[in-house]
Design a protein around this ligand. Structure first.
Ligand code: BGC
Length: 357
């Protein structure tokens, strides 16, 4: 088997957040630390495209915890951004007897062969966070990308209604990156048509890489001679690279920067004013829901899908969770309140006069 893990992950960091959703009892919590050995146990596969980036460990921990509460065993894998490896890992999961595959695809265009392999073995497939295109998936579970793109663009346009804009979109192999980008452009369109906003650079960024985003930003700063009002950055990892480039040109805090994920480093930047906003996605809830839906599917029950989305091949039942806008003003009332980030960790990155009380 190629790098797949059967459970064994530590107790989840965000159990507190799951409590209202899943009503965890103390007894169950103790039970979940026992290794799974029951051959008849329901097995769920969780295939993750790559564990890099702050959020994915949280996804896996919360997913595993929720699955265990339902008496299921999780077989997870990390494909390290390699399509062929992810395909191989999925095949290994199929051989290991998973009843449901929860798939976070590396390349949303190439996910079809993994879905086909699972379906051929009568395994249900949940497309997790990223939409597996042109494939026979049973459920799509994510946050509402359209709303995320809109939140990012509307917030920046409100604060910088005029001037030069740069767009730093995510990976070209993630259709979600395009969905965000298109919604951002939709929001900018009227201001562009009026001549208030000019998009001076528009990049997609390989693998959502911060270093690539940094290089894109250096290029944009150079070509605009630093005359930039705002940078629509699609996620926090890339925002870190963008802020670094701005800092090197003495522009950090002067140019508005957006983000997504509410990563710790970026919440600190939001508090400091070098990043204008981020989008908080309560990932523990997304992951716990995925585990719940997987159990429903395994038992032949209805999922909680309340809408549909087209993936090119079919109309897919979908669950789209609500993202939350985070600015300097509501850090405490959002990510801190939920236990997603702690005040202690945030304050450790802030100077004395910047502390949040
Ligand atoms: C996720 C984002 C994440 C990005 C890079 C996207 O599919 O929705 O939350 O920042 O991948 O890992």
């Amino acid at each position: 088997m190629v790098g797949i893990n059967v459970e064994g992950s530590p107790l989840p960091k965000y159990l507190k957040m799951l409590t209202p959703l899943c009503a965890i009892s103390a007894t169950l919590l103790n039970a979940q630390t026992l290794p799974a050995q029951d051959a008849n146990k329901l097995k769920i596969g969780f295939s993750i495209e790559a564990m890099k980036g702050e959020r994915w460990q949280t996804d896996l921990d919360s997913f595993t915890a929720r699955a265990k509460l339902s008496g299921a065993e999780v077989i997870s894998s990390d494909a390290n951004g390699d399509d062929d490896l992810q395909f191989q890992q999925v095949r290994d999961m199929i051989h290991a007897g998973v009843k449901v595959l929860v798939l976070l695809p590396h390349d949303t265009n190439k996910a079809g062969r993994m879905v086909d392999a699972a379906k051929a073995a009568n395994i249900k497939v949940i497309s997790y966070d990223r939409l597996a295109l042109n494939s026979d998936i049973d459920l799509y579970l994510s946050f509402d990308r359209v709303e995320i793109g809109r939140m990012q663009a509307e917030y920046l346009v409100q604060r910088a209604p005029k001037g030069n804009y740069v767009l730093i979109a995510g990976s070209p192999n993630d259709e979600g990156a395009e969905a965000l980008h298109d919604e951002q452009m939709k929001v900018l369109r009227p201001s562009i048509d009026r001549g208030d906003i000019k998009v001076i650079a528009d990049f997609y960024t390989k693998e959502w890489q911060p270093t690539e985003a940094y290089l894109h930003m250096l290029q944009a700063i150079e070509s605009a001679h630093g005359d930039i009002a705002a940078v629509l950055v699609s996620n926090d990892g890339m925002a870190t690279g963008v802020i670094q480039a701005l800092r090197e040109h003495n522009l950090a805090g002067k140019v508005l920067v957006s983000g997504q994920d509410a990563d710790l480093a970026n919440i600190i930047c939001v508090a400091q004013g070098t990043q204008a906003m981020t989008v908080y996605k309560p990932v523990p809830i997304e992951a716990a829901m995925a585990a719940e839906q997987a159990v429903h599917l395994a038992k032949g029950e209805q999922t909680d899908a309340d809408r549909t989305i087209s993936n090119g091949q079919k109309t897919v039942p979908a669950i789209l969770l609500k993202p939350v806008l985070v600015t300097k003003e509501n850090i405490k009332a959002t990510v801190v309140k939920d236990g997603f980030q702690t005040l202690k960790d945030i304050n450790q990155g802030l100077s004395k006069d910047q502390q949040i009380n």
